[in-house]
Every structure is written in structure tokens, then in C-alpha cells.
Ligand binder design. Structure first.
Ligand code: ATP
Ligand code: MG
Length: 262
């Protein structure tokens, strides 16, 4: 059975999409079978995996509204195949913004993605879900089907405040909708060790959350920011860069942690 993880943080621009696509590519490099689900109408994870959201025929939107099967909607990316770190993609585009409203009428609307993933569960080792920057019906669909949540965060003062809301939402979803759900870990991203405040927040995180803080730290690295415009995760775009190497180390840490997650 696949391990299903949401990459979530309701704060915008904290590195969710960068984490999702680079972890997907890093796991693929380790020989893992990975499905990446883009649950954000911005479609950044889709574009950043080399799939053009504007010409996408079927997307996660069609799957949520049950007008397409998973098998028909899942695509592959030639760029990822060429870079030898291919993962399957359930893409998204602006159409997905309408799903929120259209799903209000539907039964079991927060369990739509869970039902869809059940169709393909046996085909993957990992499913990674890139959530939008909100605690919306879309994010709820992700949280309902996941075994756990990976929370990317920048080590800044306000990061800790936002974390309280996310932790409370996860507790509520666990109590009402998905007993499996837990925080797998907090991932420190865009880290700059020269900034004293970042070191202090990092120390506070470790004091508060202990081994829920991943050992791997993702540095601020311009190659990770450049990669999406080439339709590639940084791991594939510049494997020698510090950012890519950190994400490969993170993929290895995730594989190591799996036995302790049950
Ligand atoms: P949103 O909330 O809009 O979905 P997000 O949380 O998915 O945003 P990203 O899109 O991954 O965040 O990252 C925000 C910006 O920061 C992007 O321009 C990305 O390229 C850049 N970025 C992310 N991680 C790093 C890093 N480690 N080093 C340098 N730049 C980074
Ligand atoms: Mg994003």
C-alpha cells in the first residue's frame, strides 16, 4: 500500500510546491514509485514537473467531480523521463478553483480524493499531495486521505504562530475524519545559517517538537528557484547544487522513517 503524504502549510510561499516536486523526484531517484497530486489551482507543481497546465486535458478536477478515472487523468512528463527521475502526475489548473463551489452539493465531498486514490493505491510506494495555501475543502480532501503531513516552514518569527492553526486543523481532521492523520515532520526550508534569528527559531522548533523536526535542512539555494521555469524539480535540473543534494538527503530520510510511522 502506498504511503500518502500531504505537503501542507496554510501560509503562502513557504516552499510547499518546491518540497513536493523535489521530494517526488528524490524518491524516484531512489527507485520508489511515486504519484504526485497537485491540489492547488495555481498548478505550480504541475508546471514544475514539466506538464503544461494550460493544455492539460484531464486533471484532478475531473477526478474530484468523478467525470474521469484516475487511470485516464494521470500523466507523465517527458522532461522527467529524460532526467531519469520520473514520477506520475495528477495535474491541476485554474479549473480546480471551481471545484470548491461545485463540491458543496455533493455527498462525502471531503472524501473524493480518498476514493479516487483507492483506485491506484497498489501501484505506488508514495503519493505526495501539494496543497494550496489555505485550509479549504481542497486541503481537507488531501488531509482526509493522508497518513501524514509534511510541513515545510521558514525559520521566521511568524512561522510558529501559523503552525498553531495547522496543528489544530490536523487534530480536528484526525478526530472527525481520518484517525490515521499525524504530523510526520516539520521541514526547515530556505534556511540561511548566517541569520541568527533563523538559528534561534530552528532551536525553538527542536525544543518544542523534538524528533518531529526532520534532520535534513533545506538551504536557500537559487538553483531550486530557477528550476521551475525549466519545468523541472531542482533535483533534476542541477543535481550537484546544494539544494538538490539536500532534497535527495530528505528523500532518503523519508524512506528511513517509514518503518517508524505505523
Ligand atoms: P504557495 O503557497 O503559493 O503555493 P509554496 O508554499 O508552494 O507557495 P513555493 O512555490 O515552493 O512555495 O516557493 C515559493 C518561492 O520560493 C518560489 O519562487 C520558489 O522557487 C522559492 N523557493 C522555495 N524554496 C527555496 C529554496 N530552498 N531556496 C531558494 N528559493 C526557494
Ligand atoms: Mg505551492
Amino acid at each position: 500500500m502506498a504511503q500518502i503524504f500531504c505537503v501542507a502549510n496554510q501560509k503562502g510561499g513557504v516552499g510547499k510546491t518546491t518540497t513536493t516536486v523535489n521530494l517526488a523526484a528524490g524518491l524516484a531517484l531512489q527507485g520508489q514509485r511515486v504519484l504526485m497530486v497537485d491540489l492547488d489551482p495555481q498548478g505550480n507543481a504541475t508546471m514544475g514537473s514539466g506538464v503544461d497546465k494550460r493544455t492539460l486535458k484531464l486533471s484532478v478536477y475531473d477526478v474530484l467531480l468523478e467525470s474521469a478515472s484516475m487511470a485516464d487523468a494521470i500523466t507523465r512528463s517527458d522532461k522527467l523521463i529524460a532526467a531519469k527521475c520520473s514520477y506520475d502526475i495528477l495535474g491541476a489548473n485554474r479549473e480546480l478553483a471551481g471545484a470548491e463551489v461545485e463540491m458543496v452539493e455533493l455527498e462525502r465531498r471531503e472524501r473524493r480524493l480518498k476514493a479516487a486514490l483507492a483506485e491506484v493505491n497498489g501501484q505506488y510506494d508514495f503519493v505526495l499531495i501539494d496543497c494550496p495555501p489555505s485550509l479549504s475543502m481542497l486541503t481537507l480532501n488531501g488531509l482526509c486521505c493522508a497518513h501524514g503531513v509534511i510541513v515545510p516552514m521558514q525559520c521566521e518569527y511568524f512561522a510558529l504562530e501559523g503552525l498553531t492553526d495547522l496543528v489544530n486543523t490536523i487534530k480536528q481532521v484526525k478526530a472527525n475524519l481520518n484517525d490515521d492523520l499525524k504530523i510526520i515532520g516539520l521541514l526547515r526550508v530556505m534556511f540561511d545559517p548566517r541569520i541568527t534569528l533563523q538559528q534561534q527559531v530552528s532551536d525553538q522548533l527542536k525544543a518544542h517538537f523534538g524528533d518531529k523536526v526532520f534532520d535534513t535542512v533545506i538551504p536557500r539555494n537559487v538553483r531550486l528557484a530557477e528550476a521551475p521555469s525549466y519545468g523541472l524539480p531542482g533535483v533534476a535540473f542541477d543535481p550537484a547544487s546544494k539544494g538538490a543534494q539536500a532534497f535527495v538527503a530528505f528523500a532518503q530520510e523519508m524512506i528511513r522513517r517509514i518503518p517508524t510511522l505505523q
